[in-house]
Design a protein around this ligand. Structure first.
Ligand code: MD6
Ligand code: FE
Length: 213
């Protein structure tokens, strides 16, 4: 219990210095989150991006906020516009920004004001290989990750790729906050298993909030 600093609803699990898991933190807002994910993905449809190495990602992605994370043959970067339409990304919904800011504060990161929200959609069989999040300008800001829909196994590694990884099941409404000494830890998502959840049927949706600029 030494890694829990409160019990019951609102318990925070420390994964490592600078990394916390808030079980069910987003669940009370799931109906509103379903509505905003639907409106964002209507304006900026999910697409499978191409890695700089020429592979098509199994995870489908879109963005909202002032900046969106994009990948293509030229590399990874943040863009103020959707490369598929040339238009700005949909605005960051208040419900998402507020949730992220509250989760960050509860984890010891005050004043987190995200300007980028990557929306990931996993169908059964989709996965995300081990990586570091390092395309952001200022690593003093944490990252907040909101899991919705069917559970996934989150792979949580160290600061070097070859360090051993923890396998952590992230369920609907779970929020992970990642910053300070944990900000550059390797992480990924194991191949999504066939399952059902009322939020999005067979799919898992993940919202990753960052301060890109
Ligand atoms: C995902 N998440 O859970 C992918 N990155 O679908 C991430 O890549 C991630 O969850 C940084 C911090 C937390 C994350
Ligand atoms: Fe990541």
């Amino acid at each position: 219990m030494s890694n829990l600093f409160s019990n019951g609803p609102g318990a925070i699990e420390l994964l490592a210095p600078g990394a916390a898991l808030l079980r069910g933190f987003a669940a009370p807002h799931d109906a509103e989150l379903a509505a905003v994910v639907r409106s964002v993905s209507t304006a900026a449809p999910f697409r499978q991006m191409i890695t700089p190495g020429g592979f098509t990602m199994s995870v489908a992605m879109t963005n909202c906020g002032a900046f969106g994370w994009v990948s293509d043959e030229r590399g990874y970067r943040y863009s103020p516009t959707d490369p598929d339409t040339g238009r700005p990304w949909p605005a960051l919904p208040t419900v998402i920004a507020d949730l992220a800011s509250r989760a960050a504060a509860a984890s010891g990161f005050d004043g987190f004001t995200p300007d980028a929200c990557l929306v990931n959609r996993y169908a059964p069989g989709a996965r995300l290989t081990l990586h570091q999040d390092k395309d952001e300008c200022d690593m003093s800001h944490p990252i907040v990750s909101i899991s919705l829909g069917v559970p996934a196994v989150f792979l949580f590694g160290g600061l070097k790729r070859n360090e051993r990884t923890l396998r952590l099941s992230l369920a609907h409404g779970d929020v992970v906050v990642w910053g300070g000494p944990a900000r550059l830890r390797y992480h990924g998502v194991a191949t999504l298993k066939a399952d059902r959840h009322p939020f999005a049927g067979a799919e898992r949706i993940n919202l990753t909030l960052r301060r890109a600029r």
